[in-house]
Design a protein around this ligand. Structure first.
Ligand code: KG4
Ligand code: ZN
Length: 344
């Protein structure tokens, strides 16, 4: 497998990384665009892709320089092909294909969520399938079973909003800055999680699905009812929301672990950086006796090391793609059109 360049540009981060043999990160660079989107309170797709075109070559060059690797030494290029914002995806994808063509090396398209799932294996190289993976990000909230081979199998997912999206929307309702997840989490640290009685989505119900639109609406109603909020009330509401958002993640992960009879859980994606979640999940793992793996925060949020790691697994199974590899905005894990023809 050797040296893989990973490129990730599915949303508002341009990232490049060099990973050796699928597990050793030699360099990982991420350039965010918070300043570009902050005035709008959310990602503006057109601005995201335009900014990516300005930064892609510099970010890739920085990663190569940090790793002390010349482009000619690369063995392959792995790049996110979906899901995500198509305009953003196309920037990284086109650059990756052009570089691979120039170098005469294979290019492999990676599913963004398979990238997130691979981040746990970067963080814990001794992790052995089968295990359950909880993917919690701005666009996804889902549980997967990861086996020895083949694609991850979906066990359950959100019926409406993603948990990260709920964090971002609640931040906006509370007048907290973008990006919302870290801001809500910071405000929550000073708050009382029992101050507001918010609904716990699908609490106590069977199954492995999630739902976050009702919780988000409940926060919106509280904000509307009170008119204006003091700093203390903002902290209390943030803490109450965070507790209600995290509880079903813990409850359903425990159930998935028990149902599948596996001994380990990985928690990946931007929301896995949340400290309250880490505490609650670690406590559940201790009580139930399973292993829980959290990648370090820099590997939880979007990065290219996870794309290179997932790409090297695909390459090891003999998968590579042609230069007609396209970007896809919505595509389920395992059913990726670009995976056709590639083993697994
Ligand atoms: O994985 P990611 O970087 O991008 C996507 O693929 O969506 O996840 C971004 C999401 C955002 O919704 C952000 O608000 C959330 O992760 N997030 C957090 C925290 N850090 C990032 N949510 C809660 N607590 C955090 N500390
Ligand atoms: Zn992501």
């Amino acid at each position: 497998m050797g040296l893989i360049l990973g490129i990730e540009s599915s949303c508002d981060e341009m990232a490049a990384a060099i990973v050796r043999d699928g597990l050793e990160i030699l360099a990982s660079r991420v350039r965010g665009q918070a300043d570009v989107h902050a005035p709008y309170g959310g990602v503006v797709p057109e601005l995201a892709s335009r900014d990516h075109t300005r930064s892609v070559s510099a970010v890739v060059e920085e990663a190569l320089a940090e790793a002390g690797v010349a482009a000619e030494q690369l063995d392959a290029v792995a790049v996110t092909a979906g899901p995500g914002l198509v305009g953003s995806l196309l920037v990284g994808l086109s650059f990756g294909k052009a570089l691979a063509y120039q170098l005469g090396r294979p290019v492999v398209g990676v599913h963004h969520l398979e990238g997130h799932l691979a981040s746990a294996e970067l963080a814990a190289p001794n992790l052995e399938p089968p295990y359950v993976g909880l993917v919690i990000s701005g666009g996804h909230t889902a549980l997967y079973q990861i086996g020895d081979e083949g694609s991850p199998v979906l066990l359950g997912q959100t019926r409406d909003d993603a948990v990260g999206e709920a964090f971002d929307k609640v931040a906006r309702l509370l007048g907290l800055p973008y990006p919302g997840g870290p801001a809500v989490s910071k405000a929550a640290e000073r708050g009382d999680a029992t101050a507001f009685d918010l609904p716990r989505p699908l609490a106590g119900r069977p199954g492995l699905d999630f739902s976050y639109s009702g919780l988000k609406t409940a926060v919106a109603l509280e904000v509307e009812r009170r008119g204006s909020l003091s700093d203390a009330e903002v902290s209390d509401l943030a803490a109450s929301f965070e507790a209600a958002a995290v509880a079903p993640l813990v409850e359903r992960s425990r159930r998935a672990i028990a149902d599948r009879g596996v001994g380990a859980l990985t928690v990946v994606g931007g929301v896995a950086a949340n400290r309250h979640l880490r505490r609650e999940m670690a406590e559940a793992a201790r009580r139930d006796g399973f292993r829980v793996v959290f990648p370090p925060p820099g590997l939880c949020t979007d990065n290219a090391a996870m794309i290179a790691a997932a790409g090297s697994r695909l390459l090891a199974r003999g998968g590579s793609h042609g230069l007609d590899l396209n970007a896809f905005s919505r595509v389920p894990v395992g059913a990726a059109p670009w995976a056709r023809g590639a083993p697994g």
